[in-house]
Write a protein that binds this ligand. Structure first.
Ligand SMILES: [Zn+2]
Length: 355
């Protein structure tokens, strides 16, 4: 994943909270004559019991291992092509309708062949849920102290989100749901952006912030302009990015909080209910430029990014981020299992009309 404009936006966030605090007493004063009747005791509404199948974290771990075994999945390389063929094949094996969407990623260092891979569960159903992750891995290790110009394996940054989605697709095959369709969208070329302009090492030094932002998330930018089905929409979307590393922590990402607050509240409440409140922490985690931003901008689908941000700004991401430590050793199957359990619960409750 991309970069965080944390400090500046954190200030905005604090201002927004202060404004909200001022607004509440104002609204209360606006209706001085309103008398609140005492609450009538009612039976608590019976919660619809929804059976959520167990999420197999070992299988998810295998899916990370398999992706990493191809080597770095950098657009334009043979490893990338082989992994693309494997991903599309897995989706087909799991009974999904597959669309491979090739495009030329116009990176800041030149054009590269890329492909978004979409697996559709019951494409005929109108009511849909969108589940996304990026499947490419970064072309450089710009936060490492050595081999900076070599591509990283991206076990967590890329591999983990895809692995959880593959395991959810396997779950749907074994335990079908009614009522909703699901689209698994694996974005390519998320992680080819420029992150060195501030240190003076980049050709992007003179570019505007917006131009720098647009160097990231090329697959989701393409898909948001050209979805695999014209007029595509979904009830909501969830993006998984860096959801597999030891020490992961999931505070609330800012753009999701801004644009999909109700969904974010539901997801964090479910995590709490399932006993993961110590990981899905109830605090602000910064604004992260990631694929969900472009889907929300382009298609107006509310989306929440579940992304590990274990550190305060400016570090934000885990120490392995964009280094060669982002390999299989960093992956903790318990973290994959926890995120899988949360998203599966969201999915099966949505299908049962009980989200
Ligand atoms: Zn990244």
């Amino acid at each position: 994943m991309a970069f965080a404009s944390l400090i500046q936006n954190k200030r905005l966030w604090i201002v927004a909270l202060l404004l909200a605090a001022v607004a509440v007493p104002y609204v209360l004063r606006f209706f001085p004559g309103t008398v609140t009747p005492p609450p009538t005791p009612t039976e608590p509404e019976p919660r619809v019991q929804v059976n959520v199948p167990p999420f197999n974290a070992d299988s998810a771990f295998y899916f990370v291992e398999k992706q990493v075994s191809f080597g770095p999945r950098v657009p334009g390389t043979p490893a990338h092509q082989k992994c693309a063929a494997w991903l599309a094949g897995e989706f087909r094996r799991l009974g999904l309708d597959v669309v491979e969407q090739p495009f030329v990623a116009k990176t800041y260092f030149g054009p590269r062949d890329a492909v978004n891979i979409i697996g559709q569960y019951h494409p005929e159903r109108v009511n849909r849920v969108l589940l996304c992750a990026h499947w490419d891995s970064r072309h450089m290790a710009d936060k490492d102290s050595k081999d900076v110009d070599k591509a990283i394996l991206g076990a967590d940054d890329g591999g983990s989100g895809v692995a959880v989605l593959l395991e959810l697709a396997r779950m749907l095959q074994q335990h079908p749901i009614e009522g909703i369709g699901v689209d698994f969208v694996l974005f390519d070329a998320e992680d080819l952006g420029d992150d060195r302009s501030e240190t003076g090492q980049s050709v992007m030094m003179q570019a505007s912030n917006e131009q720098k932002t647009l160097t990231w998330c090329l697959g989701s930018q393409y898909w948001a302009r050209t979805p695999h089905r014209p007029g595509y929409t979904a009830q909501f979307g969830i993006l998984l990015d860096m959801v597999g590393a030891r020490g992961a922590l999931f505070p609330r990402e800012g753009y999701s909080a801004q644009n999909a607050p109700a969904l974010q509240n539901r997801i964090w409440a479910i995590a709490q209910e399932l006993g993961y409140g110590g990981f899905f922490v109830d605090r602000f985690g910064g604004f992260i430029t990631d694929d969900h931003v472009f889907v929300m901008r382009g298609l107006r689908i509310p989306m929440v990014n579940i992304i590990s941000i274990p550190n305060p700004p400016p570090a934000a991401f885990g120490a392995h981020h964009h280094t060669h430590q982002d390999n299989l050793d960093i992956i903790d199957r318990n973290v994959l299992g926890m995120v899988g359990h949360v998203v599966a619960t969201v999915l099966y409750r949505t299908a049962a009309g009980a989200l």
